[in-house]
Design a protein around this ligand. Structure first.
Ligand SMILES: [Zn+2]
Length: 243
């Protein structure tokens, strides 16, 4: 375990005492645990919604074009691959076999069969698959977060805090609670129970899965293409590599 010396909080400019074994004072420790980094503020829905609308507009404009339909299908395949990977990982853990691909290499290094934070992250990804009725929400919101970051990089302190914010926004869910007098939407948001390390991992997975759409849409916006045909062509050309 890393030892931290001194009694002051390690956040820049903070003069408070450290809290217990943490490097930080209470306030900054909470910031790291909830937002992923000191100084990172939570990304709120109203901030993100213009970008969500942008993605929805672009996808809706091409709803009837075969290129965009193919594109959405290819992203669905990527999402299914991620879900399969989660299932495989959890299966390995249950059967007590290694979760990694090269047993000889890693075994000699004394690697554990699985990592707790990866297991919990994959369990959350499976919950997302089971609870969410429309997977395209993951696609749209992840792409929106990527464009948001391209346009307002100052809103994210580090890569890590970006991934944590991404997972927090996209991975949130409401659990349906069934009462005796019928179903009612519960307000329980799973994300609050997810550790920051797990959010980081989930954010990375979502970004790897859906990020390319966000980057290409951001480029189209930056080029200022008003012509729908042009932007659709560039979008499908740029993403052809995914298929
Ligand atoms: Zn502090």
């Amino acid at each position: 375990m890393t030892k931290y010396y001194g009694t002051r909080c390690h956040a820049e400019g903070c003069r408070k005492d450290r809290a217990g074994f943490s490097r930080f004072c209470d306030r900054h420790r909470r910031e790291v645990v909830l937002q992923g980094e000191v100084g990172q503020r939570r990304i709120r829905v109203p901030e993100l919604s213009p970008y969500v609308q942008l993605v929805e507009r672009r996808l809706a404009a091409g709803r009837h074009s075969p290129e965009i339909q193919d594109l959405v299908k290819s992203f669905h395949r990527r999402w299914c691959d991620l879900v399969s990977e989660a299932e495989r990982y959890i299966d390995c853990v249950e059967k007590e076999i290694p979760t990694w691909d090269h047993p000889t290499i890693r075994r000699s290094q004394g690697a554990p069969l699985y990592r707790e934070f990866e297991l919990r992250s994959y369990q959350h990804i499976l919950r997302m698959e089971r609870v969410e009725t429309d997977w395209t929400r993951f696609l749209v919101e992840t792409a929106a977060m990527i464009i948001f970051r391209e346009f307002e990089p100052h809103r994210f302190v580090t890569d890590r805090s970006f991934f944590v914010q991404l997972a927090t926004r996209v991975g949130r869910m409401r659990r349906r609670v069934v009462f005796e007098d019928g179903p009612r939407a519960g307000q329980l948001v799973y994300m609050s129970r997810i550790a920051v390390k797990e959010k980081h991992f989930i954010g990375q997975q979502l970004s790897a899965c859906f990020g390319p759409l966000g980057l290409h849409l951001a480029n189209i916006e930056l080029m200022g293409l008003e012509d729908e045909d042009d932007s659709r062509r560039i979008l499908s050309e740029g993403l052809a590599a995914l298929r």
